[in-house]
Design a protein around this ligand. Structure first.
Ligand SMILES: Cc1cc2nc3c(=O)[nH]c(=O)nc-3n(C[C@H](O)[C@H](O)[C@H](O)COP(=O)(O)OP(=O)(O)OC[C@H]3O[C@@H](n4cnc5c(N)ncnc54)[C@H](O)[C@@H]3O)c2cc1C
Length: 375
């Protein structure tokens, strides 16, 4: 039984069903993909700091490349690349360390001069940059297309995805999961998988498991059609300010890179005063955007953890309660690998990849800072 029909829950359901598990059930309180997955920018990058995450990226990129064949759906996958703009030495050193690891694992990442970054995106201001990091292997795809494809294939393979059904409690006996309660009654199961995205901590408390998953709001705005920046352009991120942008058809998508605690209010109201912040950062880095008009925007919650790594594994102290939560700003792009490795773990007793980076017990052991994130 999977609680949560976002991209993570649907990928797990698909992979379990594909491996032959016949009684997979997903409970989704709204509709498939309606949670924070519907707010994602669709970015896919190989540029992560740790080996396991880089391997997740490489594996997921392979899936996005063959997605159309495997799922019969065009996920809108495009290799637009990621371009990180670096303006200070300490950050550059950090990028260099990460690039060495990424390259040792076969990723294509390149350190380039500011002038070369400007050749990739002519509208950039580069006089205050010292370098850029270019990932031509990186790209984007459509979160809705991918999630719906996982869900559809999972259903075809026998999984039941119940929409409009909210899990309200876990039923436990002798420290073991025995069922999941909903408003329409309980469903017996020896296994509950928490894939509840930004609501993961609340679902964890169903079994008195404290999860450091902190939902933090981020805005994305879009302009009216803006041909002055011809597309496609790489997803370009100004590391110092957190601002990033890319083209979406004729429009420019831009984010101030905000990180805000709005409490456990999951309706995610927009704060339109963030437009000014986004525009200021945008015009500094891409002066021509001064002529663009903001046409709209949205806000979503990124389910962050204190060390920015996901939490994957058995919940400590409760038999039958599995966690696949805390995916921060990368849950969409890592969903193909997440689903496959969770299915391996559950069906084979272990994953073929060392997933200790995501160990749910690391916080209690002091293996990661436990304070809420500031990113
Ligand atoms: C502005 C923004 C930009 C982003 N950009 C990117 C990006 O470029 N690339 C990337 O990889 N990621 C990005 N992300 C992050 C990405 O959206 C998330 O990491 C990912 O969607 C998490 O998926 P999920 O399935 O865990 O969560 P969700 O999509 O939230 O799914 C969880 C589901 O659980 C359901 N649920 C919760 N509680 C219950 C309950 N009690 N009973 C039943 N159902 C329940 C919810 O309704 C929800 O549908 C971005 C996020 C934001 C906010």
């Amino acid at each position: 039984m999977i609680v949560g029909g976002g991209v993570v829950g649907c990928s797990i359901a698909y992979h379990l069903a594909r491996r032959g598990l016949s009684d997979v059930v997903v409970l989704e309180r709204e509709a498939v993909g309606a949670g924070t997955t519907s707010k994602a920018a669709g970015g896919i990058r190989v540029q992560f700091p740790c080996e396991t995450e880089i391997r997740f990226s490489l594996e997921s990129i392979e899936v996005f490349e063959r997605f159309r064949d495997e799922f019969g759906v065009d996920p809108g996958y495009t290799k637009i690349g990621y371009l990180y703009l670096v303006s200070d030495e300490p950050r550059l050193r950090g990028f260099e360390r990460q690039m060495a690891l990424q390259r040792s694992l076969g990723a294509d990442v390149r350190l380039i001069a500011p002038g070369d970054a400007q050749k990739l995106v002519p509208a950039l201001r580069v006089d205050d940059l010292i370098a850029a990091v270019w990932g031509p292997q990186d790209g984007m795809a459509g979160p809705a297309e991918v999630t719906n494809a996982f869900a559809r294939r999972a259903r075809e393979l026998g999984a039941r995805i119940l929409e409009g059904v909210e899990a309200t409690a876990l039923e436990l006996a002798g420290g073991r999961v025995t069922g999941v309660a909903t408003r329409d009654g309980a469903i017996a199961t020896p296994l509950a998988i928490n894939a509840a995205g930004p609501t993961a901590a609340r679902v964890g408390r169903f079994a008195r498991v404290e999860l450091p998953v902190h939902p933090r709001r981020r805005h994305i705005f879009f302009t009216e059609p803006f041909p002055e920046i011809p597309g496609p352009v790489p997803l370009t991120s100004d590391v110092a300010s957190g601002f990033y942008f890319r083209k979406e058809l004729e429009q420019v998508l831009l984010s101030p890179g905000d990180v805000e605690d709005i409490g456990e209010d999951f309706t995610v109201p927009m704060d339109w005063s963030k437009v000014a912040d986004a525009v200021e950062k945008a015009v500094h880095r891409v002066p021509v955007l001064e002529r663009a008009r903001i046409a709209g925007g949205w806000a979503g919650l990124r389910p962050l953890t204190p060390d920015d790594h996901a939490i994957i594994g058995w919940a400590p102290g409760v038999e039958g309660f599995f966690l696949a939560v805390g995916f921060g700003g990368h849950g969409f792009q890592h969903s193909p690998a997440t689903g496959r490795h969770v299915a391996e773990w559950l069906l084979d007793g272990r994953s073929s990849l060392d997933l200790s980076l995501f160990d749910p017990a690391r916080f209690a052991r002091g293996g990661a800072a436990t304070s809420p994130p500031s990113r």
